[in-house]
Design a protein around this ligand. Structure first.
Ligand code: 8DG
Ligand code: MN
Ligand code: MN
Length: 367
């Protein structure tokens, strides 16, 4: 049966993988506020509350109506009393504004916005009394790794949103590299742009070759090719540590073990239809852009595509598999714990079918 967009709270599933969530968000004010609260919990090591607010925001994003303060919010899944109260008193929540003007929050937000700087590093810098980029860059005892150095060097460009036209241009450039290396190689757009977003913080692609065992070589050759073209500004290559016999991970945020690389590429203005997204007053005809590439073996393509398409949707798919189906799902495989066997898939639809879920299109996965 077709799951149409629910019009009543009672029909909304607690799992994002049973909801259709487009990029159209009727509750953006609320979900932005919830994201600030979630982030602040994350910054303070309160993972339970952080997750609760992210799940609540995800439910609100899926609604085809705007939640109003008079509504019985608690009838929605994942929205507890605290959140109902927040929504009831929400004009522009006092609590949210308090966080936004908090020095620790502001500093951690600033530091973690640098490519290569995680929460641990940001906290360390904060504890040492550092508050601004110049504070960090002028502190002689701080040693930045290669990724962080590039993060600071290209900060202006890579903290600026990437447009769909820029993503397309990068797609053509990398596609050309793939085909120069192997004529039957393929390039597939994934991540936020596959979900139909107009802007992203990077561009994510999957590269494959049908020849088994050649996936690592394909990726290293692509990096080499981009380097020869003079457009490789940074590359962090991680070789494959994929073990076929291993069960899928239990963890929610499991990174995968396929060969992948995190890149910064130089994109020329003339390659982009309609021009580059640049800061006002910036007259350069190029910009730096973050690009992620992953190269799974051909028989794992569907799992990788599903995983890298991303958002809460994919987290809830794993949770749904585990709690409702006694199955383990990650970017590599699907394992049925009852039958004690791996379930193969050549398309995303196969995976949804194994899980007994209705297929949800990528542009409906903006959970
Ligand atoms: P955005 O870039 O438009 O802001 O959003 P996004 O495309 O949804 O986020 P993303 O940070 O680019 O991540 C896309 C998906 O890739 C996300 O679900 C996480 C997933 N991903 C993996 N494995 C790995 C990994 O090893 N490293 C990274 N950086 N992302 C990974 O599944
Ligand atoms: Mn992305
Ligand atoms: Mn990415």
């Amino acid at each position: 049966p077709e799951v149409s967009t629910p019009t009543s709270a009672a029909a909304v599933s607690q799992y994002a993988c049973q909801r259709r969530t487009t990029t159209e968000n009727h509750n953006k004010n609320l979900t932005d506020a919830f994201e600030v609260l979630a982030e602040n919990y994350e910054f303070n090591g309160m993972e339970g509350q952080c997750l609760a607010f992210r799940r609540a925001a995800s439910v609100l994003k899926s609604l085809s109506w705007e939640v109003r303060s008079s509504e019985r919010v608690h009838e929605l899944p994942c929205l507890g009393e605290t959140m109902e109260e927040l929504i009831l008193q929400y004009g522009r929540s006092f609590e949210v504004n308090k966080i936004l003007s908090d020095e620790r929050y502001q500093t951690l937000k600033l530091f973690t916005s640098v490519f290569g700087v995680g929460l641990k590093t940001a906290e360390k810098w904060y504890r040492r009394g550092l508050r601004t980029f110049p504070d960090v860059l002028e502190e002689p005892s701080i040693h930045l790794n290669r990724m962080q150095q590039s993060g600071f060097l290209h900060y202006g460009d890579i903290s600026r949103a990437v447009s769909k036209a820029e993503a397309q241009a990068l797609g053509s450039i990398i596609d050309e590299a793939v085909h120069a290396i192997t004529p039957d190689g393929t390039l597939t757009l994934t991540g936020g742009f596959r979900r139909g977003k107009d802007f992203g913080h990077d561009v994510d692609f999957i590269v494959t070759t049908p020849e088994r065992g050649q996936e690592e070589r394909l990726l290293t050759s692509i990096i080499q090719h981009l380097k020869q073209q003079g457009i490789l500004l940074f590359s962090d290559y991680q070789s494959s540590s994929f073990d076929m016999s291993k069960l899928p991970s239990h963890r929610f945020e499991a990174m995968d073990h396929f060969a992948k690389c995190f890149l910064i590429l130089r994109l020329e203005g003339r390659e982009v239809e309609g021009g580059l997204c640049r800061a006002e007053g910036d007259s350069r005809d190029w910009r730096a852009v973050r690009v992620d590439l992953v190269s799974p073996p051909p028989d794992r393509f569907a799992f990788t595509l599903l995983g890298w398409t991303g958002s809460r949707f994919e987290r809830d798919l794993r949770r749904f598999a585990r709690l409702e189906r006694r199955m383990l799902l990650d970017n590599h495989a699907l394992f049925d714990k009852t039958k004690k066997e791996f379930l193969a898939a050549t398309t995303e639809k196969d995976i949804f079918a194994h899980l007994g879920l209705e297929y949800i299109e990528p542009w409906q996965r903006n959970a």
